[in-house]
Design a protein around this ligand. Structure first.
Ligand code: PLP
Length: 281
């Protein structure tokens, strides 16, 4: 695989990150994952807008304009002949002797790589997945997409050990989001619910794109938080992310959702999203 490290495309074996990189020592870095389907990036403008926002929130002054970043992504896709998968970007604040305080002069570091992976027509998308419910262990600024992901790693690993495919996180009696996805439920009267943007969750690009598609179809996504009990009583449930697209959820904790198969409204949303992404369904 050819990867990108600080301005150069190199074979992954030759890639070197400094020991004093703050991304490594403090998790002082932000990242983005863009889906690639048939060689084309999906919703990439939304991902790069969110990257810019994350950088701004942390005061990391990346001196690369959006077209320069797109050029890196495009080159990674081309050099790796990537058809289906993801392109990952990470910007760390830079390298400096270890200290919580950082000098104003640090040069941010951009790295990137691709991962080949089938994104469409997966078993999870066809049959749906089971998600556990667990207390949200993360910090208070989940709107920033930082590389500090230990809460998600622990929550997902614990869910898998309990026999689930993934986990939805809960705080103050409300579902925040999936450990690496946006959580949605569809009520018996057909309302599609997802939590409104705040510092409690990462604003999902896939959710944003889906909401736009829904609006164009005259379908409304109601932005409000829901409880774990509401989720378990829902007619249908699904989660969205760049790498999982629209994935039906057919079990939440110990409760089967609907008849245990992906519901018709979720199927329709899946088809709507895939069609916009240029996938024939
Ligand atoms: N929420 C969290 C915590 C995530 O990690 C992700 C994606 O990885 C999402 C939501 C979904 O965001 P997107 O649709 O932009 O991939």
């Amino acid at each position: 695989r050819i990867v990108y490290v600080h301005g150069q495309f190199v074979p992954e074996e030759e890639a070197r990150i400094g020991l004093f990189d703050r991304g490594f020592l403090f998790g002082d870095a932000v990242y983005e994952v863009t889906a690639v389907i048939a060689g084309r990036m999906i919703d990439n403008d939304l991902h790069l807008a969110r990257l810019e926002r994350s950088l701004k929130e942390l005061g990391i002054p990346l001196a690369l304009a959006r077209p320069d970043i797109v050029a890196v992504q495009t080159e990674l896709i081309a050099r790796n002949a990537l058809q289906d998968g993801t392109v990952y970007l990470q910007v760390s604040r830079g390298e400096a002797d270890r200290d919580f305080f950082y000098p104003a002069t640090l040069a941010p570091r951009l790295v990137g790589f691709t991962q080949a992976k089938t994104l469409t027509g997966t078993k999870a998308q066809q049959n749906g997945i089971a998600v556990d419910l667990a207390a949200d262990p993360r910090w208070q600024r989940r709107d920033i997409k930082t590389a500090m992901l230990l809460g998600q790693v622990m929550a997902k690993q614990a869910a898998r050990a309990r026999g689930f495919d993934d986990v939805w996180l809960v705080e103050d009696g409300l579902v925040t989001e999936g450990a690496s996805s946006t959580a949605h439920v569809i009520t018996a009267d057909g309302s599609i619910l997802t939590r409104a943007a705040s510092q409690a969750t990462l604003p999902g690009c896939t959710q944003r794109a889906l909401a736009r598609l829904c609006a164009a179809e005259g379908l409304h996504i109601e932005e409000r938080a829901f409880t774990p009990a509401e989720a378990q009583d829902a007619a249908e449930a699904f989660q969205t992310s760049a790498s999982s697209l629209v994935t039906p959820v057919v079990r939440i904790g110990d409760r089967v959702i609907g008849d245990g198969r992906p519901g018709p409204r979720t199927r329709a949303l899946q088809a709507l999203y895939l069609e916009a992404a240029g996938v024939s369904v």
